[in-house]
Write a protein that binds this ligand. Structure first.
Ligand code: SF4
Ligand code: SF4
Length: 211
């Protein structure tokens, strides 16, 4: 893992570490509902983001954590987390790196944070809007695995209607020609064309009722 390696190199040379994007472009504060519940169970009064803030600031070589803030609540949450910092206990760190990380990784959302660095696509696709719609539906339980799923009809309708509302037809996943021009621009290293193809296959199956 390159982050761990780089951190180790800085520690070895006794160079203080400045952290950018402690929330991975917002992804670590917008986790699925069951992960929110998992974190809240532990500290109901703390925000989801505060776990990431405390995790990174508890590393001994970290000097500063720079976090982008849009709203006053973000600033307030930031101040609450760092004034003063309550360092993670060993047990909390293991809990985050083990159970909590597996919960996040095992969830079928796409790691897109809507940064739009991949845009514009030369073929007009709205890549972040497609991924945002897909992730929203995953979070709402509207991505059925098969026609046998309990809420299949309702989920199918919600996914397809929402897709047309969120992404104009000419900008949807079926227009991707797999040229891969977008791939090097994605800081989250998402294989964008592969994910678009996967979503398009899912949409086609839903449309034809062949899931
Ligand atoms: S791979 Fe698809 S989404 Fe990416 S730039 Fe090419 S056409 Fe657009
Ligand atoms: S660059 Fe990657 S993370 Fe950013 S909007 Fe595009 S797909 Fe999403």
């Amino acid at each position: 893992r390159s982050g761990e390696y780089l951190y180790g190199q800085l520690v070895k040379r006794d160079i203080p570490v400045v952290i950018m994007e402690p929330l991975l472009g917002g992804r670590l504060s917008k986790v699925p509902d069951h992960v929110v519940a998992h974190l809240k169970q532990r500290k109901p009064e703390n925000s989801v983001a505060s776990w990431a803030f405390r995790y990174i600031a508890s590393k001994p070589a970290v000097l500063t954590v720079l976090s982008g803030m849009t709203y006053m609540e973000h600033l307030q949450d930031n101040i609450r987390s760092y004034s003063p910092l309550e360092p993670l206990s060993q047990e909390e760190q293991e809990w985050l790196e083990g159970e909590t990380a597996s919960l996040i990784k095992g969830y079928p959302t796409i790691d897109c944070n809507d940064c739009k660095y991949c845009m514009p696509c030369p073929y007009g696709l709205d890549i972040p809007a497609i991924f945002t719609h897909y992730n929203r539906c995953v979070n709402k339980g509207q991505v059925p695995e098969s026609q046998q799923a309990r809420n299949y009809q309702q989920a199918r309708r919600a996914f397809l209607v929402g897709y047309d509302r969120s992404v104009p037809r000419l900008r949807q996943a079926n227009h991707c020609i797999q040229c891969r021009a977008c791939v090097p621009h994605c800081p989250q290293q998402i294989d964008i064309p592969a994910q678009l193809q996967r979503i398009d296959e899912f949409v086609e199956k839903l449309k034809q009722n062949k899931l």
